[in-house]
Design a protein around this ligand. Structure first.
Ligand code: 3HC
Ligand code: NAI
Length: 697
């Protein structure tokens, strides 16, 4: 239930917006606010009002669940117009989150006081929309066009001090925000200050350099490719700086509605909820709220271990980093230092932050040093015996109840867990490279991992700023299992007539930042080649197999690092290589495959439908809890374009029956690899519009 409460503290009215947990702007809030303003106007006992959110937060914006549905009146714009029309000053008391429509409400107040820790922001861009309740018009009037543009385009919040510096906040309060705001309101009245109506301010918009808008468009052309809302935001802020408020606001509303109606909005709001849904594990009690970890250990200071240690240090968790030898430890630490130094050089962290973070990382070669940590993450060589050896030792030294995580990308979690006397405390924590940057952690429950350890591992993943997904133990887990299938399909398309650059261009056209072959070249081709060579003995020789990747490696072309792979390179710049095209043509001829034209549309459809089909198998087998977890994995770990929502969402948008028809067609043509997933068959037969519906029917 949401509502608005009206009360008074002697001469000051207190209007409280109530809609737990984040006070999202529901119909009740909108209507209640207008009613409260009517009462304020009629209440002769008060001279001013404070507007505050219930609980310890202001308002996190429009109710995202209502997007795409008709909104019950009144509109937020009507409520804000009523606020600005008030003859009594209204002061916003800001704490917790004042985001999106929440900040827009605050901007329509006459003044704002805030606690230092408040988060003030317009994150609409992350949802594929733009501020639609005056944010693009009022923020520039308080902070100037350039700063407003930066803030709305980044979507990132600022704290109270920054808000004060920018001009969003009029006063910081250290203690109770309500008391602070009441005192501020009394002062305004006592000083007889004229009402400060944001929409009427002109100085800062008038002084905005008109060149910034064209600059923003051209500077971000690559980053915004295929996106709608950034361009609409620039247009709206430009209007704020050039048109009267009413005209700018009318344009904002028109543009806002366009973004609301776009498929990108649907995909991005889907991702907002998918990301949160991924943390909900059916057998982990919802009320399990684990305490944040206070200390961590990481075993192995290589590529992954170093990045994982940085992830802990970055959020202030002390971490012990253990290596087999002093030499390896020194190398690992040097790499960590180098990574931080690059961040300092780029300006993303300060030297002081780098020093603090480094000080949190304690190098060691002694297991006796690490046993008291709340969590240990193993990131040693990808070798079962080596990992089992490490876990035997960890079993002996780690305190009871510690999370024992392994970063294996291919090995069986149970075989690792079973060498310990506490397999219930062992869990896969599959980070992605570079581990200090990539958001995804695919946590993998073994057969015996306890729900409590799972809940704590999901929580610590979030604590270190990651987006966790839970998988069950299987070859490739969720992400690499899908990758293997879609990589194979791309290899087949090379044989059938495509080129690496055509496939990459088609995938990039869909929105992937990098095509598959460019990605392989960047990661290095030799590791996969060695794995394939080892697995050759087990391979079912009756099934189709593309040897193109092996033939490329046989030429010593291991990707970017050797100057040649699927492409040839000058530094990091890739160019198509006629030698590779010839190799592909020859391979196809050797295999008796007649090459033909493969269209870009076929490439995109084949890649996405094979991904969705494999995803449906993964969900059907219980490897992923739900279809949206596959999407979260792909968006946060594999560069799937977030504004396309992930392969499972893509399939829902196309129609699951249509995707099934394609998959069944390829199955008839190509055989086993395209066998339709039972869940996809079920969806198509039942006419389900979503995977969720298919799963319950
Ligand atoms: N609408 C609907 N539900 C919301 C919501 C919103 N704006 N914001 C959060 N929630 C829900 C979450 O889905 C979650 O629900 P669940 O418990 O059922 O999973 C619950 O509130 C708590 O959210 P979090 O788990 O994210 O809690 P945190 O404390 O980690 O984060 C937060 C709080 C920073 C407010 C974060 O939820 C957030 O970023 N919310 C979205 C903010 C946003 O994008 N606002 C702009 C909306 S668009 C808008 O305002 C348009 C306007 O311009 C007209
Ligand atoms: P790496 O070779 O860069 O690092 C491994 C480190 O472990 C080395 O520094 C080595 O000295 C150390 N080590 C080996 N045996 C040890 C022992 N017994 N005790 C302590 N330290 C020991 O390897 P990388 O790439 O960091 O991989 C580590 C793990 O992460 C592997 O399981 C790998 O499959 C996994 N992984 C790797 C990804 C990648 O992109 N590199 C991505 C995701 C997971």
């Amino acid at each position: 239930m949401s509502s608005v409460e009206y009360s008074s503290k002697n001469d000051v009215a207190v209007i409280t917006l109530i809609n737990p947990p984040v006070n999202a702007i529901s119909q009740g809030i909108r209507a209640g606010l207008i009613e409260a303003l009517d009462r304020l106007a009629a209440d002769s006992t008060v001279q001013s009002a404070v507007l505050i959110g219930a609980g310890d937060t202001f308002v996190a914006g429009a109710d995202i669940k209502e997007f795409g549905k008709p909104l019950a009146p009144p509109t937020t714009l009507e409520a804000l117009a009523a606020m600005e029309a008030s003859s009594k000053p209204i002061v916003a008391a800001l704490a917790g989150n004042a985001l999106g429509g929440g900040l827009e409400i605050a901007l329509a107040c006459h003044w704002r006081v805030a606690v230092p820790k408040v988060k003030l922001g317009l994150p609409e861009i992350t949802l594929g929309i733009m501020p639609g309740a005056g944010g693009t018009q009022r923020l520039p009037r308080l902070v100037g066009g350039a700063k407003a543009l930066d803030m709305i385009l980044s979507g990132a919040p600022v704290d109270g001090s920054k808000g004060l510096q920018l001009g969003i906040v009029d006063e910081l309060v250290e203690g109770d925000p309500l008391e602070g705001a009441i005192a501020f309101a009394r002062r305004i009245v006592a000083e007889k200050r004229p009402l400060r109506v944001t929409s009427q301010l002109q100085d800062k918009v008038g002084n905005t350099d008109p060149a910034i808008f064209a600059e923003a468009r051209s500077k971000n052309e690559k980053k915004w490719k295929g996106l709608l809302s950034p361009y609409k935001i620039v247009e709206a802020v430009e209007a704020a700086c050039t048109l009267p408020f009413a005209e700018g606001a009318a344009l904002e509303l028109k543009l806002y509605r366009e973004t609301q109606a776009s498929p990108q909005r649907a995909a991005l709001t889907y991702m907002f909820f998918a990301e949160r849904e991924a943390s909900k594990i059916p057998d982990v009690p919802r009320d399990l709220k684990p305490a944040p970890v206070k200390s961590a250990s990481v075993i192995g200071a290589g590529t992954m271990g170093g990045g994982i240690a940085m992830s802990f240090a970055n959020v202030g968790v002390p971490v012990k980093l253990l290596e087999a030898s002093q030499d390896a430890l020194d190398k690992g630490l040097a790499r960590i230092q180098g990574n931080y130094a690059t961040s300092v050089a780029r300006g993303s962290i300060s030297q002081a932050q780098m020093d603090q973070r480094l000080a949190l990382i304690t190098p060691t070669t002694e297991y006796a040093q690490i046993g008291d940590a709340d969590i240990v993450v193993e990131a040693v060589f990808e070798n079962m015996e080596v990992k089992q050896g490490v876990f035997r030792t960890l079993d002996g030294v780690m305190k009871p109840g510690a999370i024992l995580g392994t970063n294996t990308s291919t090995l069986d979690i149970d075989q690792i867990a079973n060498v310990t006397k506490r397999p219930q405390e062992v869990i896969g924590m599959h980070f992605f490279s570079p581990a200090n940057v990539m958001k995804l952690v695919e946590n993998v429950r073994g057969g015996k991992t306890s729900p409590e350890i799972i809940g704590r591992t999901m929580a610590v993943s979030r604590q270190i700023g990651k987006v966790p997904v839970l998988a069950r133990n299987c070859d490739g887990f969720i992400g690499n299992r899908v990758l293997a299938v879609y990589g194979r399909e791309c290899d087949f398309m090379l044989e059938e007539g495509a080129t690496p650059w055509q496939i990459d261009r088609a995938l990039q056209g869909f929105g992937f930042p990098m095509g598959l072959f460019l990605m392989r070249d960047m990661a290095g081709l030799d590791v996969g080649w060695r794995i394939r060579a080892y697995r050759e003995q087990f391979r079912d020789k009756t099934l189709r197999y593309s040897p193109i990747g092996d033939r490329i490696c046989e030429l010593g072309r291991f990707g970017q690092k050797t100057g040649a792979g699927y492409y040839k390179y000058i530094g990091r710049d890739a160019t198509p290589d006629p030698e590779i095209e010839a190799l592909i043509i020859k391979t196809a001829a050797d295999l008796g495959i007649k090459r033909r034209e493969v269209s870009d549309e076929e490439i995109v459809w084949r890649v996405l439908s094979v991904m969705a089909n494999e995803g449906a198998k993964i969900v059907g087998e219980g490897i992923a809890i739900r279809a949206s977890d596959v999407d979260v994995t792909y968006v946060f770990g594999y560069g799937f374009p977030r504004h396309q929502g992930g392969p499972m969402f893509w399939a829902e948008q196309q129609g699951l029956d249509k995707v099934y028809a394609k998959v069944a067609g390829y199955h008839a043509e190509q055989g086993l690899f395209w066998e339709p997933a039972p869940l996809l068959v079920k969806a198509a037969k039942s006419g389900a519009k979503s995977w969720k519906d298919a799963a319950v029917e």
